[in-house]
Write a protein that binds this ligand. Structure first.
Ligand code: NAP
Length: 483
């Protein structure tokens, strides 16, 4: 399935309802992480084009907000249908562009269609409230407050590379459903997938200018977009360093940040080992660990550590390593720089006397699944998010020590706790600083209607369908003062 250079497509940007070349005359070559060759070109959109897109978005938003919820929902439902209809083509783009297994890429497209449909239904079923003035001391019965939700204006949606379709739609769908216009900035490595999903949206006849797709390097147009006066709200998913940068650049506009993680699996001495092993392997290694909610460290009670480590090793030996085209679990990382970074973390741990249980093999950007035991707190791998298939094991003496190390991290996205004693698991869960704690299961985003959030450096604000609809709209309070 290697791409043929003569067939390479130069993709257009989607600006003000039209697919066009950027006036910059510049394109960005998209390299496939596993084919290791260019698979297409995307436009490097200019700042002037960003200005035009935002002006058009404001104009289109006014009429869009006047449509009924059902009318807006009809466009989105049709978008979901188009995504499913074009599943193969979109999944192929995801596979080639970000190196995700084909079956997983197909599942991402179906999950996205489900998310869009659920978003429509959730928005249709949300309701406002009315308040009476005499609910407050000295208040008047004739004062009635009506609380509705109103759109914010133009939402800037910035998505990362690893779920280029799902994490884009989880911003675009609630933004449109709540009556906003959208400027969508996909990850550069993820732009072709983003273009394919917007082609599907374009087929619904969406009003011109309501959504524009601005491809270009975050480092070049990112700050310009983020600081733009025409942007009313930003929904960002990506790394913590980029998120922190964004929060410094923006002022007085709502910002939702879903950032990196260092999700721990806390394995108690009474854990069901079958469940723990299966969840940790799946949680840590699927898509080569390039998931925000991947399990990125294991904090295991020393009484069961030997058993856990040997069982993890046995399962790692069975993992398939190779190409996303054959649905291997371990696939080449997104680029060479990322593989160098992961290798650096492994090298640091080994230099500081971590025990290599399995792995530490590499072919270019393909890193074999690596398990490190006896990891200590002076090693970078204990704290830094690798975004690759390397799992450090830290042995602890008690639940208290596990909680202490879990909470010393700058991150707080999710955590998993494995114990057969539900009271114990719940007691530990309540002390772990994370947006979500999974008991006897792997860390994961979804189901998509659950609230999803990170604390500390893992984020700000809440996603999940209901909460995204809330964060992309505001209360509009009208007070009736009756005679
Ligand atoms: P990233 O490098 O932070 O990029 C994320 C997005 O930000 C991309 O679209 C990028 O564009 C853009 N960007 C970069 N600099 C910018 C700037 N100055 N202004 C505006 N936008 C800018 O992250 P990534 O490598 O794509 O994704 C991996 C990270 O995302 C990991 O840390 C992972 O944990 C995190 N993540 C978190 C969640 C979650 O929900 N918590 C989910 C998935 C991933 P370019 O591609 O053009 O640079």
């Amino acid at each position: 399935m290697a791409s043929n250079v003569s067939e390479l497509t130069t993709y257009m940007a989607y600006l003000n309802g039209e697919w066009k070349k950027s006036s910059s005359g510049e394109t960005i070559a998209i390299q496939s992480p596993y084919l290791r060759e260019t698979i297409g070109y995307v436009q490097a959109v200019t700042q002037d084009e960003v200005d035009e897109a935002i002006t058009a978005a404001h104009a289109a938003q006014k009429d869009w907000a006047e449509l009924t919820l059902s009318e807006r929902g009809a466009y989105l439902d049709q978008w979901a249908d188009e995504l499913v209809k074009n599943n193969e083509e979109i999944a192929k783009a995801v596979m080639q562009e970000v190196g995700k297994g084909f079956k997983d890429a197909q599942k991402e497209v179906v999950r996205t269609a489900d998310l869009i449909r659920y978003t429509v239904q959730e928005a249709l079923h949300m309701h406002g409230e009315s308040l009476k003035g005499d609910g407050f001391p000295g208040g008047d019965q004739k004062k009635i407050g009506i609380v509705e939700r109103a759109p914010l204006g133009v939402v800037l949606a910035i998505a990362p590379f690893n779920y280029p379709v799902n994490l884009a739609a989880s911003k675009i769908a609630p933004a449109l459903m709540t009556g906003n216009a959208v400027i969508f900035k996909p990850a550069t490595q993820g732009s072709i997938s983003g273009i394919k999903m917007i082609e599907a949206l374009d087929k619904t006849g969406l009003p011109k200018g309501l959504l524009s797709l601005t491809t270009g390097r975050g480092s070049v147009i990112g700050d310009y977009l983020v600081e733009h006066k025409g942007i009313s709200m930003i929904s960002f998913t990506g790394g913590s360093a980029t998120g922190r940068h964004l929060s410094k650049q923006t002022a007085m506009i709502p910002l939702v940040l879903e950032l990196g993680g260092k999700d721990p699996a806390l394995v108690c001495d009474d854990a069901d080992m079958d469940v723990a092993v299966k969840s940790i392997i799946n949680g840590a290694f699927s898509y080569s660990g390039q998931r925000c909610t991947a399990i990125k460290r294991v904090l295991v009670n020393e009484k069961v550590a030997d058993e856990l480590v040997s069982r993890l090793k046995a399962e790692i030996e069975k993992l398939t390593v190779g190409s996303p085209e054959t649905d291997s679990t371990i696939v080449p990382l997104i680029d060479d720089k990322s593989a160098d970074f992961v290798q650096g973390l492994i090298d640091d741990a080994l230099a500081k006397k971590a025990t290599l249980v399995i792995g530490n093999e590499r072919k270019k950007n393909l890193i074999y699944p690596t398990l490190l035991d006896n990891v200590s707190e002076d090693m970078d791998i204990a704290w830094i998010e690798p975004f690759g298939p390397v799992l450090p094991v830290i042995r602890v003496k008690s639940d208290e020590e596990a909680i202490e190390i879990a909470n010393k991290s700058e991150f707080g996205l999710q955590a998993s706790i494995f114990s057969q004693d539900i009271d114990r698991a719940l007691a530990v869960a309540r002390q772990v600083e994370a947006g979500t704690v999974q008991i006897n299961g792997r860390t994961e985003r979804g189901p998509d209607h659950f609230p999803f959030l990170g604390v500390k450096s893992s984020g700000m604000g809440v996603q999940g369908i209901h909460h995204s609809l809330l964060s992309m709209s505001r209360e509009r309070v009208t007070v009736l003062n009756l005679k």
